[in-house]
Write a protein that binds this ligand. Structure first.
Ligand SMILES: NC(=O)c1ccc[n+]([C@@H]2O[C@H](COP(=O)([O-])OP(=O)(O)OC[C@H]3O[C@@H](n4cnc5c(N)ncnc54)[C@H](OP(=O)(O)O)[C@@H]3O)[C@@H](O)[C@H]2O)c1
Length: 336
């Protein structure tokens, strides 16, 4: 495969380099792209140094089989034609095309086959919080239809990119040194704080991030499920956590749910309250699966169940999910 990574210097781009290597992805040639900020920089992949090229409107994507793009929605929109015009499949991590009718939005554990129908040569990777949530929801949806979801997210600093992670480190240092705190990437100081806003507000009072969870979940699961989300930025570095309440068509017992999560694709059950065992972001950074714990009946709703999930949002929430889509296309001989 001739593979390209657009946004190679970023948090997700760097994760692509690790994931492709880790999973032995069949890469014959790898091209890296960035803006003028990182063009000329070199990254090592499988022992070979590769120089980042400047992303331009030219023929650089001729012969490319798969382009993993993670350089923001504006860049994806501007360069989609350049990237796909010679037949490359573009697997896009940005929000640019996710809700377009002619672009599949794919989480392989849930709707892999949707990736086969891509009239524009583009497959969208969902929002990170949605990816990890639908992997967990699928295990229950297999038992009985989920009608309603309430979710509160606890999203790590790195969800806003590599520079945001650096800012959090720096803010902790500044606070502890008694220096003034610099705020650039977030609306407020994140160190020693929580910020109940991710992305901008929409007309209904929900943020765009919260509405992504509503709309994308329905599209991926082909479901009429209603999702009400509150998305919060927390001063964790990596891995998003989510507290989820679901209402199902018929009641699901805790034992049944535990069994479903234990065997669910892409899931690991970590639910042993007596031993204080439950998923936590600090300990799950860099892991592939979505971890599920704290499974309980909802005390306010006969058909309700509540649980807690943690997933590495740069990995399963971005790079890994995209690579799994590509692996699926290779497996069913739909590419290459
Ligand atoms: N971080 C996450 O957890 C996460 C999860 C899911 C999805 N995403 C999405 O993935 C994308 C990247 O996120 P990130 O966290 O990796 O951000 P990041 O760390 O800020 O990196 C952004 C990357 O985009 C590149 N870029 C920006 N403008 C460009 C342009 N005009 N031409 C070429 N490259 C350009 C940058 O290259 P230069 O350094 O050369 O400018 C850099 O490599 C975003 O769309 C984000 O929404 C992120």
């Amino acid at each position: 495969m001739k593979v390209a990574i657009v946004g190679a210097s970023g948090a997700v781009g760097q994760e692509f380099l690790r994931v492709l290597d880790e999973r032995n992805f069949p890469v014959d040639e790898l091209l890296l792209f960035g803006s003028t900020r990182s063009a000329g920089r070199k990254y090592t992949f499988r022992g070979k140094e590769i120089e980042v090229k400047l992303l331009q409107h030219n023929d650089d994507f001729k012969g490319v089989d798969i382009a993993f793009t993670s350089a923001g929605a504006g860049t994806s929109k501007e360069f989609a034609d350049t990237i796909t015009k010679y037949g490359a499949v573009m697997i896009d991590n940005s929000s640019a095309f996710r809700m377009d009718n002619d672009i599949p939005l794919v989480v392989p554990e849930v709707n892999a086959a949707d990736a086969l129908n891509r009239p524009r040569g583009i497959i969208a990777n969902p929002n990170c919080t949605t990816i990890q949530m639908v992997v967990a929801l699928k295990a229950i949806e297999n038992l009985t239809h989920i009608k309603r979801v309430h979710v509160a997210t606890y999203q790590a600093a790195s969800g806003a990119g590599a520079a945001a992670m650096d800012e959090l480190y720096e803010q902790y240092r500044q606070v502890l040194a008694g220096e003034p705190v610099k705020v650039e990437k977030f609306a407020y100081q994140l160190a020693f704080n929580l910020i109940p806003q991710i992305d901008v507000f929409t007309d209904n009072g929900y943020t765009k991030e919260e509405m992504k969870m509503y709309n994308e979940t329905r599209k991926i699961m082909h479901s009429d499920v209603k999702v009400s989300a509150t998305c919060v930025r927390v001063p964790a570095l990596r891995s998003h956590s989510e507290s989820i309440w679901i209402e199902t068509e018929r009641p699901v017992s805790v034992e049944e749910a535990r069994e479903a999560f234990a065997h669910g694709e892409g899931l690991v059950l970590m639910d042993n309250p007596e031993k204080k065992e439950y998923p936590m972001p600090l300990f799950l950074a860099g892991k592939d699966p979505v971890y599920v714990g704290r499974i309980r009946k909802d005390l306010s709703n006969e058909n309700g169940l509540t649980f807690w999930i943690v997933g590495d949002q740069i990995k399963k929430g971005a790079a890994l999910n995209a690579v799994q889509i590509a692996e699926y296309l290779i497996k069913v001989k739909n590419i290459g």
